[in-house]
Structure formats: structure tokens, C-alpha cells
Design a protein around this ligand. Sequence first.
Ligand SMILES: C[S@@+](CC[C@H](N)C(=O)[O-])C[C@H]1O[C@@H](n2cnc3c(N)ncnc32)[C@H](O)[C@@H]1O
Length: 226
Amino acid sequence: MPSSNAWAQTWEQRFGENEEEWFFGREPSDMGRAAFNLWNQLFPSRPARVLDLGCGEGRDSVFFAAKGFQVTAVDLTASGIRKTRRLAEMNGVTLHAVHQMDIRDFLLSPDYDILFSNNALQSLNRQCIPYLRKLQRITPPGGLNAIRVFTREADALRSRSDVYCFDHNELKYHYRAWRLLYYGEDILWRPHVNGYLSFATIIAQKRGGRKRTCAEDHAARDSQSE
Ligand SMILES: C[S@@+](CC[C@H](N)C(=O)[O-])C[C@H]1O[C@@H](n2cnc3c(N)ncnc32)[C@H](O)[C@@H]1O
């Protein structure tokens, strides 16, 4: 199994190859946009505190920050973190915190409304599911998890022993006690591996939170405009 260092080297190289180009682009991912829209529907006019785990070059972190959310971004790679900071600057936004470190060493606390991880957790391999459970535990009631991971559907992934590949519906199963806002599985062509990769994506809300009433929403809006 590649160590964190091996993973870091692969992404370090990809992100570091060209300082002017963002490997996954500068626009947010579809999951980033969907998580933002869902949060806004659930809690209009309440900016979320977002933890972006494996933020890469920052496309989603910067998007959330540009929407007024408080973002903490974590990634192993120096090149990814450098470009995350640069993308924030280019967009004139401030990220609350940016850490270059292994997400397993980042102290998880119940201070985040959206636990966001786009295509990173599978690299934790055997630690993937225990880590996912930790994320679930620290999510406050009403908070969201937005997670995209590899599935075993694509031939290229089925036999890989260095990453954790989810079975069909497995990710959804882990969130069976949560309120499901979105779940989808895709198999997509990925030019950088010259092949198909397969993904499961979930956006789910931890039960137990209380949705703000209309009156509370109006009061919050009034107090912001004062
Ligand atoms: C496929 S890229 C996705 C990047 C970003 N989430 C995006 O969608 O643009 C995977 C990212 O996860 C990061 N990553 C993988 N394992 C990690 C770990 N244990 N700790 C921190 N970052 C990790 C890599 O450095 C890389 O930036």
C-alpha cells in the first residue's frame, strides 16, 4: 500500500507541473456547488463553516469562501496548498485556515457544519471507513457530509489494493441513519489515467438538528442588515 508520502508525491507532481494551470480547473466541482445549494436551502442566510479534506488546489475551498463561508482547507501536498492560497488571492477571498498535512493528523472537532471531501478519502485505504465514522461523529446535528470516493465498478479500480474502493451502495449504507439529500454513482472517463474511474457521491444531513423557523430566518436577516 503506498504510504502517505507516495500519495503526496503523485499529487505533488501533478499539481506542481504547471503553476499557471489547475489540474482539476479553477471552477468548483459539481459536488461543491450542490453542497452549497443544499445548505442554502436548509439554512438560508446562514454561512457554513466548511472543512475541505484533501482540498487539492483549492477549487471548492475558494468557491465556498467566495460565497461567504468560513473555510478550513487541508491537503498533504505543498504544491496543492500553494495553489489553493494563490487561487484564493486571485479571487480576492480569505480562507479561514489552510494546512499542509495528512488529514489523519488534523485534529477533528465539532466546529464544522459541512465536512467536505472530494475524491480523497479512498487513499486512506483500510483507515477509510474508521475515518468516515469519525467525520460522522464530529458532525453537529443538522450538519452536512459531502463525500465523493472511488467505487469498484471501473475495471481499473476493482483490483487495486492500494485504495479503498466502495461497493455498490456501500457509501449510502454508511449514511443510512442520516437524511439523504443526494446519492449517485458514476463511471467517468478520466484523461489523466487514460481510462474510466468510478465514483460514489453522497450529500447527507445528520439528523437531530432543528431547522430554523421562518420567523428566526427573518430575525437573522434583519440583524445582518442593521
Ligand atoms: C483527486 S485529488 C482531489 C483534490 C480536490 N479535492 C479536488 O476535487 O479538486 C485528491 C487529493 O487528496 C489529497 N490527499 C490524499 N490523501 C491525503 C491525506 N491522507 N491527507 C491529506 N490529503 C490527502 C491529495 O493530496 C490530493 O490533493
